[in-house]
Each structure stands twice: as C-alpha cells, then as structure tokens.
Design a protein around this ligand. Structure first.
Ligand code: SF4
Length: 133
C-alpha cells in the first residue's frame, strides 16, 4: 500500500484531505482481515516534506529511479518470502494522480524552473494534466 494512505503526512503539504490516515480504505481492509505492507514514500525519501508538487517528467531521472529501486528492494524480499511460505499477495494499492504512485493516472506537464520572475506560473499550472500512467 502506498505510504500516504496510512500516513497522509507524507503528502506534499496542503494536499491531504485526511488528517493522518485514509480511514475508508483501512476500515475495509480491517473488516476483510487483510494484512498490509506500507511502501516507502519515494518523494519523501528523496525530497522531504518541504517539496513542491511535481509532475512525472520531473521525477523521471536516473537518480530518482535508482532510489526507488533501492527502497523497494527490502519490500520485494518480504513479499517473496510471504509467497514462498504460502501467503497470497492480493493487490497493490496506489494513489491515482501521483507522479510516483499513480496506478491508472499520473500528473504530467511541462513544469519546472524558477518560480521567482516566472510571470507565467498560473498559466503553466493550468496546463498540468492527469494522464494514464
Ligand atoms: S509519493 Fe506516493 S506515497 Fe508519497 S505522498 Fe505521493 S502518493 Fe503518497
């Protein structure tokens, strides 16, 4: 499960609609007695809590990709061990709209550069879009 479903504090500041945990998802999983592995938040790991909102194109760097592979490795090992021992992995829950965790949708656009002096910021923001991951 994407990190911020269990800890929405990891989201870009001001973007979370929930105070700390997305309870609808958790209630459902608890009702069905489904175990959860919380994935690391790649954006938090690389950029921290003070990051701006990004688009997919900004994170598409060799460093970010390598970091994602590093932090997911121990989780992959855990999953393989569960499967080896007869457990079933029934799904992955991501966050549509996220440039890092969007499963069906991600945030895309021509975005970057310096804020100061960029008089076209609002125009640029309105051109950002949600596209298929
Ligand atoms: S990168 Fe993923 S886990 Fe982190 S805040 Fe965005 S959607 Fe949530």
């Amino acid at each position: 499960m994407s990190h911020c479903i269990l800890n929405s504090n990891s989201k870009v500041e001001g973007l979370s609609n929930s105070p700390g945990i997305i309870s609808e998802v958790m209630n459902l999983l608890m009702e069905k007695q489904i175990g959860i592995i919380q994935l690391p938040c790649p954006e938090m790991v690389v950029y921290g809590i003070k990051r701006w909102g990004h688009v997919r194109e900004q994170f598409d760097t060799l460093f970010f990709r390598e970091k994602c592979q590093d932090i997911i490795k121990p989780i992959t090992y855990q999953l393989l061990d569960y499967v080896k021992n007869g457990y079933k992995v029934i799904g992955i829950i991501g966050v549509d709209g996220s440039p890092s965790c969007g499963v069906n949708l991600t945030c895309s656009g021509d975005w970057g550069g310096e804020f100061l002096g960029n008089i076209d910021v609002l125009n640029k923001v309105t051109q950002l879009s949600q596209v298929e991951s």
